[in-house]
Design a protein around this ligand. Structure first.
Ligand code: UDP
Length: 316
């Protein structure tokens, strides 16, 4: 059993991580400023500290007596990061440095960090393992990569052991329905399709149908949020039993095209989703699929949600 401070634990991925930690018998304290995290996502069993990662004193105080930190607090809108890089420098980079510094001050030794496949940018290969060069093409991805580099230095200089989990496309919600918060103003494919289904939008704009893929639309690796969550718990447990610091991809190793995702929703919901073809979106690679071999081997992790229709069923 570990005492874990989950920073960003009221958010979409964080709340699923908290549930998985509790299931694993760990003691959780959630730290969140509720800027995008939601109170409804909090579990009553946990301590909750409403504070910001820019508040260094609050971080040091929260860190007292904790064995480990899971850090999921970040701004994550790619488009916004290109227009307002300052917001991302402050929240993601300065905020993460505050966390690392507070860990040193409080003597907390372990950190699981939510990184992203965005660190790879536009890779030349379709199937991406951790040896693929990291060349982010947006500022959001740059911040995630820089934080990974800071963690490497804090490991060398201060012995903080970390796992950076590079998520591919996170989708779905807790299958038991225990996590009730829904992202406000979602920016990603599956929640947008669901908004079309619910009538909140007229149609889905498919960005490009002339890609060199099986049906002309982009292919991504959609990984269920509960599978991401279980990887955090395993990463933490392995770190605490002596595993060296690592960056690990998390994906299903299976690609789904935009059209296939639309078809999956149509099948699950028994409806027709109106679509319109629009020009390609800048910076979208044709296909991004994870190799998660390293996570499978080092963590003994395996995604449970491999059927896209099962994933879609948990989305509503
Ligand atoms: N996409 C789309 N229409 C939308 C939103 C997304 O066609 O309204 C496509 C997008 O081009 C990409 C895939 O869906 O190929 C996943 O996009 P998302 O923004 O969810 O994640 P990303 O892969 O960009 O991180």
């Amino acid at each position: 059993m570990a005492k874990v401070l989950v920073i960003g634990g009221a958010g979409y991925i964080g709340s699923h991580v908290v549930k998985a930690l509790m299931k694993g018998g760990h003691e959780v304290c959630v730290y969140d400023n509720l800027s995008t995290g939601q109170e409804v996502n909090l579990f009553k069993q946990n301590r909750f500290i409403k504070a910001d990662i820019l508040d260094y004193e609050a971080l040091v105080k929260a860190m007292q007596g904790q064995d480990a930190v899971i850090h999921l607090a970040a701004k994550k809108a790619v488009g916004e990061s290109m227009e307002n890089p300052m917001k991302y420098s402050t929240n993601n980079i300065t905020g993460s440095l505050n966390i690392l510094n507070a860990m040193v001050e409080a003597g907390t030794k372990y950190m699981v960090f939510s990184s992203s496949a965005a660190v790879y940018g536009m890779p030349k290969v379709e199937v991406i393992d951790e040896s693929v060069p990291t060349e982010p093409i947006n500022y959001y991805g740059f911040t995630k990569l820089e934080i990974e580099k800071f963690m490497q230095w804090y490991d060398r200089l201060k012995g903080i052991k970390f796992v950076a989990l590079r998520y591919f496309n996170a989708v779905g919600y807790d299958e038991d329905g225990e996590i009730r918060g829904r992202e406000v103003n979602p920016q990603n494919l599956l929640p947008i399709i669901m908004e079309v289904y619910e009538g909140k939008r007229d149609k889905l704009k498919i960005f490009g149908n002339d890609y060199p893929t099986r049906d002309g639309t982009c292919i991504r690796d959609y990984i269920h949020v509960s599978d991401l969550a279980s990887a955090h718990v395993l990463a933490l447990e392995k770190l605490m039993s002596g595993m060296a610091s690592q960056s690990l991809n998390l994906g299903t190793e299976k690609g789904t095209s935009v059209k296939e995702m639309v078809e999956a929703v149509e099948k699950v919901k028994g409806c027709k989703i109106p679509v319109e073809y629009a020009p390609r979106r800048a910076g979208d690679p044709a296909a991004l699929i994870a190799s998660a071999k390293k996570a499978r081997e080092l963590l003994g992790w395996k995604p449970e949600f491999t059927d896209i229709c099962r994933i879609v069923k948990t989305q509503a």
